[in-house]
Design a protein around this ligand. Sequence first.
Ligand code: 13P
Ligand code: SF4
Length: 318
Amino acid sequence: MPTLVDPRLDLFAEIARLKRERNAVVMAHYYQEPDIQDIADVLGDSLALARAAQKTDADVIVLCGVHFMAETAKILNPDKIVVLPDLKAGCSLADSCPPEEFAAFKAQHPGHVVISYVNTTAAIKALSDYICTSSNAEVIVRAIPKDQPIIFGPDVNLGRWLVDKTGRDMVLWQGSCIVHETFKRQYITRLMAEHPEAELIAHPECQQDILAMACVIGSTKALLEHTIASPKTTFIVATESGILHTMRTASLHKTFIPAAPEKPGEAGSCGCSTCPYMKLNTLEKVYLCLRDLSPRIELPEALRLAALKPIERMVAMG
Ligand code: 13P
Ligand code: SF4
């Protein structure tokens, strides 16, 4: 694709200047490329980004993540300009839950409370009672009265993990993430044999057989915090590869090994522990969206208000 930016521009300086001029805040998810993580004012997991979006007094939010994250920021900030560097930065998990099919699924289970993972479109949020992220999903499930049946969606792996942890027999939507489903038991077993001192840490979107091998399971933030606090110095990381930059920066003396091959074709894997959607955002696109205040996230007001309710319940529950 032809670059739209003059290659002589110092993008770091230009972005800093535009941030000041526009009173903009750059929020980035841990799965963003290293340069974007490094220029971000707020770097966090999806819960931290939602919380930061709720509190900011900036006029412009540049959400460097995927579409549902920017949409959540807009739902919480209807009067602010919210831009996403690449509008095509979607999410396979959000796509695995079409609203019409989810509405029919919900109708088949009357009397159920709906808890939806934040990796959903505004239309799915509008059909939900509570939103959760991987950071607070367990707290939210446990807060629902024990005799209240629950539908959980869209991630089936996170859902199964929550059923195991909380003992709640939830009805699960069968969605998943293409990135977290690529980790292979065989490859990780080999890595563990090569690095017997290493600890396997995994995001709950990974499949059950991978979670069964993991020493620590948690959101991106929980995994990051664990690597900082742990006396261990080597970790095999089963989540999106962008977090390795954050982990390495936070613990310079420690070793972080991706749990999937870095090159396609190795060990029968597609080498895709890199989220193709997250990586559509580039530093050039961050500069362009700050310069042009585009592409913007816009939502019909009725949909925004319906999607806001379950997000507010989540934020209120911590
Ligand atoms: P976190 O909630 O841990 O930030 O994860 C978001 C995500 O997209 C995982 O694939
Ligand atoms: Fe969606 Fe998976 Fe990418 Fe996370 S890693 S944004 S769940 S496709």
